[in-house]
Write a protein that binds this ligand. Structure first.
Ligand SMILES: [Zn+2]
Length: 707
């Protein structure tokens, strides 16, 4: 439909228009309206027909809004075929078309509190209501799947269809019949309804989606980018058995049409949207329950929407916003419709998690054990409320696997608290100027040739004296997980390094506090605090010291296991592989790396120097193996804490549990024995309750048990 050159041109034009200023005269407006129309139609084709968009939903919405606003300011510029005059379409010619009983319009979008307040003002204007008159709004999640309509006649499901262009959709009855949450029979006659058309969203649970992709990976099939693609694809499968395997569910959110045996509208018996949904629930449909509410004013709507924006990640289904509807049907009717959307409803869209940007450079960072991490520098973009300009590319295989090239337009995603990542390059937008990313063959800092173990993903600089590594090792040494030195972090270490005060770890124990006190931003008090923190670290148990040495593969747990076995750190000089492997949970890789470390004379010198500087190298009480009394109150149990504890810190509680014989684990699963629940416990508690095998204790019950 579009040539490659046209695609590139339209995409470029769209990107220019996204940031272009508003045209000031009618002639310019006319040109802009035409351009926006072309660009939007192109993106609709990519999205609805090819299912392979090249801009984010948010960017699309911005273009659409721009066009709507221009057409509102200059009505004479509106073109007959403007995308705003019809609703968008997902029609292709594969499946038979059917006409909906009532046209499905799309919803207008809002993005923030101000937009919602505007919506409320609009409604009041339409109703000619003052500010004091209460308007109740029904609010429910906006599920991110594929829209479906269900037609029932005489209590039987007779037809299901996709949304299509809103007037006509594609018939998918056979597939819908495989969806368990779609009743094949529902007792509409008990509420006087002969024929009904329901609207819903077909979706796939997030955990189910991951399983589907895992199966596809095994079968070498292309993976779905997100649950929505898996759901919309599932609805339109040719073979209903394949559709059934997707595990689709349908949430019904609207009674679109209902008539009684005499062809009269039967919706009047439901004075509110809420009542119609409650009735559908009682007839056996899956409707949002806890997720749905009725707010008595717009301020409560704003709060409810914001609360859901915060918890969308914990929710088992993908949602991309909330839908706000005037609850009373008579008021809905008074508000009416535009050609494009109902005036009495609006979607509140959560902040965009995806955006596109350009890859402008790749930097290579050297880690504490010399691993080289490529980091993409992109043109800054807003993602879920944060500006993102650099993103890890992990390793060479990640770059080659995704075929990411310098100059590419890339799709970037940031979900919840997850670190932003590059989903894919948009290969269709290449103009030939993109260059392959050439991974360096030598360390960017010390120029030692890089080396890669056959079974490892990272290229490494193997020069132990590499400046970049030494700096990273010092930063790790002082970090919370290692020696845990308060007031000494990345920026201080870098500063002391740049001043030439610290060249390796041992120097951290030789700092001149008088000089530090005179540094900008320090002063006597901070210098004193730093001295206290470092003196405290000198007495650390040796498991912390072992971990702090940045020995490849020697993590926190293995460090503890080693510390249990030795009276003094330097005893490890004499250990052979067999001795390491005699410890349960220590494998040959850890053994090899620890042995290599202790075989280096420089490392022995470093440890001796540290000991001379007062750093503890002998086993402490905390290092000794904990003898678990079989009579300990929690002997042999696994435990997990969730929510906010009030009587003690999380760490303190965990230590107390360990002393009582319990083992801390990190997730709710069949292996969990006890869940201790503090205030504001969320999804973990729910999951434990669902499992039914987990003992759930309050904080007080836990304390009583262990004391
Ligand atoms: Zn190096």
């Amino acid at each position: 439909m579009y040539s490659a050159a046209e695609q590139k041109q339209l995409d470029q034009l769209g990107r220019t228009l996204l940031t272009a200023s508003t045209p000031l005269d009618e002639q310019k407006a006319q040109q802009r309206v035409r351009q926006l129309g072309e660009v939007i139609r192109f993106h609709e084709y990519r999205y609805y027909v090819l299912h392979d968009p090249v801009i984010s939903d948010f960017e699309y919405d911005q273009l659409y809004k721009q066009l709507e606003a221009l057409e509102a300011s200059y009505p004479s510029c509106r073109l007959d075929d403007s995308p705003t005059t019809r609703v968008s379409s997902d029609l292709t010619s594969d499946l038979p078309e059917v006409e909906h009983l009532t046209p499905m319009l799309s919803l207008d979008n809002s993005y923030n509190e101000e937009d919602l307040l505007d919506f409320d003002r609009q409604i009041r204007k339409l109703l000619a209501w003052g500010e004091d008159e209460p308007i109740a709004y029904a609010v429910e999640p906006k599920y991110d799947g594929g829209t479906i309509t269900l037609v029932y006649e005489g209590d039987r499901l007779v037809r299901a269809a996709t949304r299509g262009n809103g007037v006509k959709g594609e018939e998918i009855t056979a597939n819908a019949r495989t969806i368990r949450s779609v009743p094949l029979k529902a007792a509409f006659s008990t509420v006087g309804i002969q024929r009904a058309e329901l609207r819903g969203e077909a979706i796939i649970r997030k955990d189910n989606f991951h399983q589907i992709n895992a199966r596809r990976e095994e079968q070498d099939l292309p993976l779905f980018a997100n649950p929505r693609n898996a759901a919309t694809g599932g609805l339109r499968m040719k073979d209903p058995r394949e559709a059934a395997e997707r595990g689709l569910e349908v949430f019904v959110y609207q009674l679109g049409f209902a008539e009684d045996g005499h062809g009269k509208d039967a919706r009047a018996q439901f004075p509110t949207h809420q009542q119609s949904l409650d009735t559908l629930a009682s007839l056996g449909f899956k409707v949002p329950v806890e997720e749905r509410t009725v707010c008595q004013n717009i301020e409560d709507v704003v709060r409810f929407c914001e609360a859901w924006a915060d918890k969308r990640d914990e929710y088992p289904y993908e949602i991309d916003g909330m839908v706000v509807k005037v609850n009373r049907r008579d008021l809905q009717e008074r508000c009416g419709f535009t050609s494009h959307h109902p005036r009495w409803a609006i979607a509140f869209k959560f902040k965009a998690r995806q955006a596109t940007s350009k890859l402008i450079d790749v930097e290579y960072q050297v880690g504490k054990i010399g691993s080289i991490t490529p980091v993409a520098k992109i043109e800054p973009v807003q993602l879920a409320g944060v500006t993102v300009s650099s993103i890890s590319l992990h390793n060479e295989d990640f770059i080659t696997g995704k075929d990411i090239r310098m100059g590419d337009t890339v799709l970037v995603e940031r979900a919840g608290d997850v670190i932003p990542y590059i989903v894919k390059p948009l290969a269709d937008l290449r103009d030939g100027s993109e260059q392959p990313i050439v991974f360096p063959t030598e360390c960017p800092v010390c120029h030692t040739p890089l080396f890669r173990e056959p079974d490892e993903a990272a290229w490494r600089c193997v020069n132990a004296e590499c400046e970049a590594q030494i700096k990273q090792r010092m930063i790790f040494h002082v970090s919370k997980d290692a020696m845990d030195i308060d007031g000494l972090g990345r920026s201080q270490v870098e500063r002391f390094y740049d001043l030439g005060w610290v060249k390796h770890i041992a120097d951290l124990y030789k700092l001149d506090y008088a000089k530090i006190a005179h540094l900008d931003g320090f002063g006597q008090k901070s210098a004193d605090n730093l001295r206290t923190a470092i003196d405290k670290a000198r007495k650390n148990p040796i498991h912390r010291l072992l971990h702090s040495l940045s020995i490849h593969h020697l993590g926190k747990k293995a460090s503890k296991l080693l510390a249990e076995e030795i009276g003094h750190v330097l005893e490890l000089r004499d250990w052979d592989e067999e001795r390491y492997l005699s410890i349960k949970d220590i494998g040959p890789i850890v053994a090899k790396n620890v042995m290599a470390f202790f075989a280096q004379p420089e490392n022995i010198d470093l440890l001796k120097e540290m000991e001379a500087l007062g750093v503890n190298l002998t086993q402490t009480e905390e290092d000794k193996p904990r003898v678990i009394d079989a009579d300990a109150p929690l002997a042999g149990k696994t435990i997990l804490f969730t929510g906010t504890l009030e009587q003690m810190g999380r760490k303190e509680a965990q230590e107390l549990a360990e002393r009582s014989g319990a083992k801390i684990i990190s997730a709710v699963s069949g292996n969990l024995d006890i869940l201790v629940v503090g205030a504001k416990a969320g999804s973990k508690l729910k999951k434990a309750q669902e499992l039914g095998t987990v003992q759930i204790l309050t904080e007080q019950e836990f304390i009583t048990t262990v004391s």
